[in-house]
Ligand binder design. Structure first.
Ligand SMILES: Nc1ncnc2c1ncn2[C@@H]1O[C@H](COP(=O)(O)OP(=O)(O)OP(=O)(O)O)[C@@H](O)[C@H]1O
Ligand SMILES: [Mg+2]
Length: 424
């Protein structure tokens, strides 16, 4: 830790990099190849940003990008990870998300050095680390199963890695105490893990990662053992902590809400293939394909298969539903088979303001679920189950005919064969 070579000179800020401090949520076009974000480096809203005070022992200003370049992982003939490339910026919080078995943990474990890379290159900082042992990669990993030593106190658990590295005792005490302060465990340092709650144990695991002052934090579903309420609290704590420490972080989860709420950028994976690497809002507002459209967002986007004709009218397969989408999709879109996507909140119960993009449709209201702030209305279009998220005062009555309004300015259209979004 102490006798590290000096860090490489800082690289120019890549396009779309966000400043630390208040998060630049929804900055446009930060996807691969997209236009740059709006903010310049070091400028948060309200002018130049004050760096938060560094905890004792923390290193500052060390560039720690993680570059995953065309990485493939094969187990025999199974390809668990297929040609994944990710450029994680210094201090960025990137979440890998996707369904079970899509290759998230395998990707993370390759970054950690716990799994060999079949082909491709992995850089941490400026160093190619394909053949560097995990302990020399300057990373700290936190797992779902945080594997604390039951016979050791919280202090001993947190300082164990430092003891192995023969860090002087005085420095271990300083670093463990500083980390305990950060994760709120100062009163618990003498306790054994068995006497702690789930959330406190998870904090010990976090503290153990922090004391190492790594260049990169790697998290693999660290919250899945916790109950729902604690999960929400801990995800906020981890986000806050990551910003405070400014450590580049890669976080794996299958929970898209966790991904949306924590990430600077989300990498959505499916079957070992990276589907989209973009800001949470861009994955939501501009999903690259049908998979991302269906995976990100809850309740999920409504998806209606059908055909587009020469005059840019979309008709569902049953022929009972049609929507004039001209002016709302690229003029160059050719007729053919497509899937129309519309998010539940873009179907409305009224059009008091006579908004031109709203097109009315007649439906039969099925079930209405009041959520308080809004209501979920279930109905069908040509046999396809749909959900509208309505303001309670505009909700129709169950089992009655009703008129709903689709906001065509918010629709998505995907090629039926490739799944690609026609809006690019
Ligand atoms: N040691 C192994 N040998 C063979 N196949 C493996 C091995 N480890 C993982 N796999 C396979 O690689 C694929 C990706 O697994 P991985 O653990 O990365 O998925 P994941 O996205 O983390 O899923 P989950 O959300 O369930 O943890 C799966 O099909 C899995 O069966
Ligand atoms: Mg996993």
């Amino acid at each position: 830790m102490i006798n590290k070579p000096p860090p490489p000179p800082p690289r120019p800020t890549p396009p779309g990099a966000r400043p630390r401090g208040p998060r630049a949520r929804g900055a446009p076009g930060t996807g691969a190849g997209g236009p740059g974000g709006r903010e310049g480096p070091g400028q948060g809203p309200g002018g130049p940003r004050q760096e938060p005070a560094a905890p004792p022992g923390a290193r500052r200003n060390i560039m720690a990008e993680v570059i995953v370049k065309n990485i493939i992982k094969r187990y025999g003939t199974t390809e668990a990870v297929s040609d994944v490339s990710l450029h994680v910026r210094d201090k960025e919080f990137v979440v890998l998300v996707g369904p079970s078995g899509c290759g998230k943990s395998t990707t993370l474990r390759m970054i950690a050095g716990l799994e060999d890379i079949t082909s491709g290159e992995l850089y941490i900082g400026d160093r190619l680390v394909n053949d560097i042992a995990p302990k020399d990669r300057d990373i700290a990993m936190v797992f779902q199963n945080y594997a604390l030593y039951p016979h050791m106190t919280v202090f001993q658990n947190m300082g164990f890695g430092l003891r192995l590295k023969k860090v002087p005792k005085k420095e271990i005490i300083e670093r463990v105490e500083a980390a305990a302060e950060i994760v709120g465990l100062t009163p618990y340092l003498k306790r054994k893990p068995g006497t702690l709650s789930g959330g406190q144990r998870q904090r010990v695991a976090l503290g153990r990662a922090i004391v190492r002052n790594p260049k990169v934090f790697l998290f693999d579903e660290p919250l899945s053992n916790l109950d729902a309420k604690l999960r929400v609290q801990m995800r906020m704590e981890i986000s806050k902590l990551q910003r405070k420490l400014g450590v580049t972080t890669i976080y794996v989860t299958h929970d898209q809400i966790e991904a949306m709420s924590m990430a600077d950028r989300i990498a959505v994976m499916k079957d070992g293939v990276l589907q989209q690497f973009d800001t949470p809002m861009n994955t939501y507002d501009h999903p690259a394909n049908l998979f991302v459209a269906g995976f990100i967002g809850s309740p999920a986007m409504n998806l209606i298969p059908g055909k587009l004709d020469e005059s840019k009218t979309f008709r569902d397969a049953s022929g009972s539903f049609s929507l004039d989408v001209s002016g709302y999709i690229p003029a160059s879109t050719s007729p053919g088979d497509y899937v129309l996507g519309i998010r539940p909140e873009n179907i409305h119960g009224d059009n008091n303001l006579n908004i031109p993009s709203y097109q009315p449709m007649q439906i039969l209201a099925d079930i209405l679920e009041p959520m308080g702030s809004d209501s979920y209305l279930y109905f069908k279009i040509g046999g396809i189950s749909m959900i509208a998220r309505l303001r309670p005062e505009t909700s129709p009555t169950e089992q009655q005919p009703a008129t709903l309004f689709i906001d065509r300015s918010k629709l998505h259209l995907f090629h039926a064969d490739s799944g690609a979004n026609v809006k690019g």
